[in-house]
Design a protein around this ligand. Structure first.
Ligand SMILES: [Mg+2]
Length: 214
């Protein structure tokens, strides 16, 4: 029997230091602009609002909203600077590359933006260990919808699947409903009883082959 291993990306296969607020501050420092509180407040909602249209980079949409909220920036070039800062902040925990290399069928299914997620995997050296990647804009849908899961399982055929992720609603619950085994990454108590296995940190994923033993 073949088993496909499906992974979320952000905060599952990679971690961030700093996280979003620090990445934004670093990008602002890079272009020499002071962030306004109004701009900070609009970032997340405008990113989501732009992404849901599937027409342009959500990073550009967020930067445009930040400009409209008083920051003296060019949205396109600020988005590039922000993405550079995000890649800079992206870290692959010890053992994750070796784990992926040890598995035969590996898919990554992420609610992130394709061009950025692809660059992240390539620059962090993980792309060679991954058989397929599905991002939200590839299928114009977000987990927990079926479309991203259908696309990744089409791309990584297997008899059975294990889903590994840090979000109960987007990763664990939909995978469990599809009959997959699940590994939750994190400490949230709300994963109790939902996930088959749990690790506290992405760095603990290196133990996953042991966790997966029947
Ligand atoms: Mg995640």
């Amino acid at each position: 029997m073949t088993v496909g291993y499906l992974f979320d990306l952000d905060k599952t296969l990679v971690t961030y230091e700093p996280e979003v607020p620090g990445i934004f501050r670093n990008a602002c420092a890079e272009v020499g602009v002071e962030p306004t509180p109004e701009a900070v407040d609009t970032l997340a909602p405008s990113y989501v609002e732009t992404f849901l249209e599937f027409e342009e980079s959500p990073y550009v949409g967020a930067a445009r909203a930040a400009r409209d909220a008083g920051m003296d920036i060019d949205p396109e070039s600020f988005a590039d600077t922000y993405v550079d800062a995000e890649i800079e902040a992206t870290h692959v925990p010890e053992g994750v590359g070796d784990l992926l290399a040890s598995l035969d069928r590996v898919g990554v299914v992420t609610n992130g933006y394709g061009p950025v997620q692809r660059r992240k995997l390539a620059e962090k050296g993980l792309d060679a260990h991954i058989d397929a990647l599905v991002c939200a804009d590839d299928v114009e849908a977000f987990k927990p919808d079926d479309a991203p899961f259908d696309a990744i399982t089409d791309a990584v055929p297997a008899d059975d699947y294990v889903m590994v992720g840090d979000n109960v609603n987007y990763d664990i619950q939909p995978a469990a409903e599809r009959g997959y085994r699940t590994v939750f990454v994190g400490d949230a108590a709300d994963a109790e009883g939902l996930a088959d296995h749990r690790v506290s940190n992405p760095s603990d994923l290196a133990k996953m082959p042991t966790l997966m033993r029947p």
